[in-house]
Design a protein. Structure first.
Length: 517
């Protein structure tokens, strides 16, 4: 097999014909080809083209290795090696069924460890109905919402799969291949910025659950971790729903970044540190505006962007950009309000939206483990109080002028959940607002219209990443033996793919210590 790199293809050109032309062969000589990478090069609007990387099966392949872009190819596979020799006295327990918990469970189940997954929220079928009811009525279920429930917070998002985590052990391959095996589109295996979309991701999660159960795993929903049983600095069991004891000698804490009550309980036992994160707003523009700026056309589908800026020793940057998507009410605590962005697979709503966030650290909120959480809560409490639970919105010009907007401009809200005009300067600290204004005006020099007067600002975006980190050693263990902090909530990931990969790491760590059942 050969790999051909850097295949530049016009928008209307045929890939197979291009491969045949590059190799100067007959069509019958090309037995098969598979795309391994695809991206858009839009640096020059007069020469926009696709860039492909393909693997081919061709007759007499050695004669074609004549330049740096045609090389021998060997498929790289993820390997899971079981070397542990200890017996597990009970099933490994995984707390949380977000991407970290699900992928840890999937790998353990696949290799005979029969994991038990406990989830404070509902299964995805019921959770979707609960969230839709919340968006329509404002009636919040604190244990099952946009943050909590099967699939984790990423279920109600764009389903982006890009990550900066290195892939030396090919864990990313395992994650993506598992997603595809459970119903995700094949294109995620090769697109430069792959995503699944909230609509498709829900079915993928259901299929993952079914496979885990068929391989020996077990799920328990509406089951909240409320305490630990520790003897001689080793986990022996957990208490759920404040009354039931479950024996456990291997506990995976894949609890997500919003499990604030669980974090508080864990401070009684584990070494936990506060860490920097970021807060800010969501900004909405017409998707057509972004398309024209990025591609100069609407013919290539919904465009995305990634923007960064530095001011006063703070980073200002776009985060979780959702082309053709919704701004959603993502609250998880009563009388507190937080927002997020969400897109379906086709990204075909009228607006693009993205978080624009500003870094904060211990100098802003304190050094105690839960100080960052308290900082988030104060902002969310202000937001809820000012609007009585509706999403506060403001035109960018009025945000700069510190006055409540009276009318919308050319951009109309595409939201899930009620919204109302408010002054967001009353919700976020002054240094955040000042940094946002400076950053957004700068971004207007990169994307024409980004700082338009009628761009819609919504707030607050507070759940960008976990405000804590549970310390773990080189074996992925906490200071208490048998407890494995995992994923975004524990402070070791930032997004669906990196959280899933961390789940694989924890499954590997368990396999180095214990034998399967």
């Amino acid at each position: 097999m050969l790999k051909i790199r850097e295949i530049k293809l016009g928008i209307n050109d045929d890939l197979k014909e291009k491969i045949i032309k590059i190799l100067n062969i007959k069509e019958t000589d090309l037995k098969s080809f598979k795309i391994t990478k695809k991206s858009i090069d839009a640096r020059r609007k007069d020469n926009i083209h696709f860039v492909y990387e393909v693997v081919i099966n061709v007759l007499n392949e050695n004669k074609y290795i004549n330049n740096k872009n045609i090389i021998k190819w060997k498929e790289e596979k993820y390997e899971f090696n079981i070397t542990g020799n200890k017996n597990l006295m009970s099933k490994p327990v995984i707390v949380g069924s977000g991407p970290a918990g699900l992928f840890c469970a999937y790998l353990l189940a696949e290799n005979g460890y029969n994991p038990l997954i406990i989830e404070r929220g509902e299964p995805i079928e019921n959770r979707v109905k609960t969230v839709e009811t919340f968006w329509k009525t404002g009636k919040l279920k604190e244990n099952s919402n946009v943050q909590f429930g099967e699939g984790g917070a990423g279920t109600f998002s764009d389903g982006k799969l890009n990550t900066l985590v290195k892939n030396k052990e090919h864990r990313m391959n395992k994650v993506f291949e598992t997603f595809v095996a459970c119903g995700a589109p094949d294109e995620i295996l090769y697109l430069n910025n792959p995503h699944i979309g909230t609509d498709l991701l829900r079915n993928v999660i259901i299929n993952m659950r079914k496979k885990i159960i068929n391989m020996g795993g077990e799920f328990r929903y509406n089951t909240t971790l409320t305490d630990l049983i520790i003897k001689n600095n080793k986990i022996e069991g957990i208490i759920v729903n404040e009354k039931e004891t479950i024996p456990c000698d291997a506990l995976v804490l894949a609890i997500g970044h919003s499990a604030r009550d669980t974090f508080k309980m864990l401070t009684n036992y584990l070494e936990i540190q506060s860490k920097p994160f970021a807060i800010g707003i969501r900004i909405s523009h017409k998707q057509e505006t972004i398309n024209q700026n990025q591609y100069g056309t609407n013919a290539l589908g919904p465009a995305s962007y990634k923007l960064t800026y530095n001011t006063n020793n703070r980073g200002v940057y776009s985060f979780c950009m959702c082309p053709g998507g919704f701004v959603v009410n993502a609250s998880s605590e009563k009388e507190k309000l937080a927002i997020n962005g969400m897109s379906n697979h086709n990204r075909d709503e009228e607006n693009a939206n993205s978080a624009i966030i500003v870094t904060v650290n211990q100098n802003d909120f304190g050094n105690n483990p839960l100080d960052g959480i308290n900082f988030q809560r104060e902002i969310e409490k202000k937001a809820f109080k000012i609007t009585n639970g509706k999403i506060p919105i403001q035109l960018f010009k009025d945000f700069k002028d510190k006055k409540i907007s009276q009318n919308l401009g050319s951009i109309k809200p595409v939201f899930k959940g009620d919204y109302t005009f408010a002054d967001i300067n009353q919700i976020l600290p002054d240094y955040i607002c000042d940094s946002l204004i400076e950053g957004i005006d700068y971004f207007g020099t990169k994307i024409k219209g980004f700082n338009a007067k009628d761009a819609i600002i919504a707030a607050p975006e507070t759940r960008t990443s976990s405000p804590i980190r549970i310390t773990r050693d080189e074996n992925y263990l906490s200071n208490v033996k048998g407890i494995y902090p995992c994923g975004e909530g524990a402070g070791y990931a930032g997004g669906i793919t990196s959280a899933a990969m961390d789940g694989l790491k924890i499954a590997e760590a368990i396999s180095k210590e214990y034998k399967p059942f």
